[in-house]
Write a protein that binds this ligand. Structure first.
Ligand code: EPU
Length: 455
């Protein structure tokens, strides 16, 4: 195709979401399965040859990429209508969740290339299961991303304790255990979610007992342990800091429902508070968001909880609250952009401290384009609230920053256009449909990408 053809325009266009400000969120939204669980559950399927079925899987880009990772490893991967179906419908008429059927061969492949891993950092979670199944694995090193540098040292040290020999060359991590892995006592330096998952997936087929101390306690860890137990794994302590795993010779395929997405649920909770709205969220146990919901109560909100649902109502301007991100059950780092958004419209000054990622404040400049008063220093941000922000064009730099900017736009005067919203699509099945369900005027379109200037 030559310059000026329609194909060129499509390649250079970027997706944007436009929202009108001075809005108020009201209504009910159902949240489907968690991205950060479903991705790992798909990788865990590699542990059992045969047909695994995972339901309540969100229809988002990252899941499609993980499907491709598994296909290249020799699995059959098919997405079908979810069972039970998603009670809400997305913009294009399709449900926001699906079930994925993964047919795992007796001998899966052992390599994951950079072209997929660079698009989905979570592809690194095939390391543990493939090493356990094949005794050899070669996965591209994912590198850092827009929220900071992201190491693999704890994944590697843990697998080495289990007998793997790890090396790196040409941008790949290579792990070998020709005689199989053995159980080990592992103490993590930090309760890393990804390292805990990789090590559990390796340990379930290792010889003997493994103890992982200072393990991550996130609901997604509990979910993967539940799926592995359904496959015949012997795991105790899920949801605590000490996981005990007794290896078994083989696992059987399973059908498993993904746990609800607490970060999506938390996004709507903050959006309700920021817009002085009234939102009921279903599909996620409120206990997954205890600290976040407590913050909204301190800010003056009313929170009611019942079963797998909660309601957040804010009648007056929120009061400033300080927030510190920590591993679960602490305040989730993935809700940091929403906490900054809330602080930006609250009465008073809030100190927001980020303890998990070194680059999470990089999006603050975009928030400042909306008139937010933010001063960052290392891992702290001091945010002085204004009654209203000011609508402007801004750019999404990652999934959560993108969602945070769209919501901040609802508290601005005028229109806010958030570009590069393909980042948001990586984590939210249909942000626009959910906003519309909550009464928001919103449109999605494309805008031309700035041309590269030749020199
Ligand atoms: N870390 C190391 N070495 C390691 C592992 C981690 O230094 O071997 C560091 C990381 O660099 C980071 C911190 O430890 O600074 C926490 O990393 P962790 O391993 O806990 O995070 P992750 O597994 O890479 C998952 C989610 C993130 C979420 C974090 C924290 C997935 C696919 N990603 O990442 O989600 O923020 O846990 O809860 O599960 C998102 O969904 O937008 C997202 C970024």
């Amino acid at each position: 195709m030559g310059p000026g053809d329609a194909g060129d325009a499509a390649i250079n266009d970027i997706d944007v979401i436009r929202v009108a400000g001075e809005a108020r969120l009201a209504g009910t939204v159902h949240v489907v399965g968690a991205k950060n669980s479903a991705l790992k559950l798909m990788a865990a399927a590699l542990l059992a040859p045969g047909r695994n079925v995972i339901t309540n899987v969100p229809r988002i880009t990252d899941i499609a990429i993980m499907g491709e990772v598994l296909r290249r490893l020799g699995c059959g991967v098919r997405f079908e209508a979810d069972d039970p179906p998603d009670p809400m419908i997305a913009r294009d008429g399709s449900p926001r969740s699906r079930q994925v059927i993964i047919d795992v061969p007796e001998e899966p492949g052992a390599e994951a290339d950079y072209d997929l891993v660079r698009r989905l950092r979570a592809s690194i979670c095939v390391l543990g299961p493939l090493l356990a199944r094949r005794g050899y694995v070669r996965v591209a090193h994912p590198g850092g991303d827009a929220i900071g540098s992201r190491g693999l040292d704890m994944h590697i040290a843990g697998l080495a304790r289990m007998g793997a020999v790890i090396s790196g060359e040409h941008g790949f991590v290579i792990a070998e255990a020709p005689d199989g892995l053995h159980g080990a006592e592992i103490v993590l330096d930090f309760p890393s979610v990804g390292a805990t998952e990789n090590l559990v997936m390796a340990a379930v087929l290792a010889r003997g007992a493994t103890v992982i101390d200072n393990a991550a306690r996130e609901p997604e860890i509990v979910d993967i342990c539940a799926m592995l137990s359904g496959m015949g794994a012997r795991i105790s302590g899920a949801g605590t800091s000490t996981l005990r795993i007794i290896g078994v010779p083989e696992l059987r395929p399973v059908r498993h429902a993904t746990v609800g997405d607490r970060i999506v649920a938390g996004t709507w909770a903050f959006a309700a508070a920021m817009t002085r709205g009234d939102v009921t969220v279903t599909g996620v146990p409120p206990a997954f968001l205890e600290v976040a919901l407590d913050k909204l109560v301190s800010a003056g909100g009313l929170v009611e909880t019942r079963g797998d649902a909660f309601r957040v109502r804010m009648d007056d301007r929120p009061k400033a609250v300080d927030v510190v991100t920590l591993p679960f059950p602490g305040f989730a780092t993935d809700l940091l952009p929403m906490a900054i958004g809330l602080a930006a419209v609250s009465d008073g000054a809030s100190l927001i401290t980020e303890n998990i990622f070194d680059g999470r404040f990089m999006f603050a400049n975009e928030m400042m384009r909306l008139g937010a008063d933010i001063k960052t220093d290392g891992h702290h941000a001091l945010v002085c609230g204004h009654e209203r922000l000011s609508g402007a064009p801004v750019r999404a730099t990652d999934i959560r920053a993108g969602a945070g900017l769209i919501i901040a736009g609802l508290c601005a005067d005028g229109v806010t256009e958030v570009s590069h919203v393909h980042h948001v699509d990586r984590g939210y099945p249909d942000f626009v449909a959910d906003l519309r369900a909550l009464g928001i005027e919103v449109e999605r379109g494309t805008a031309p990408e700035e041309p590269d200037l030749a020199i």
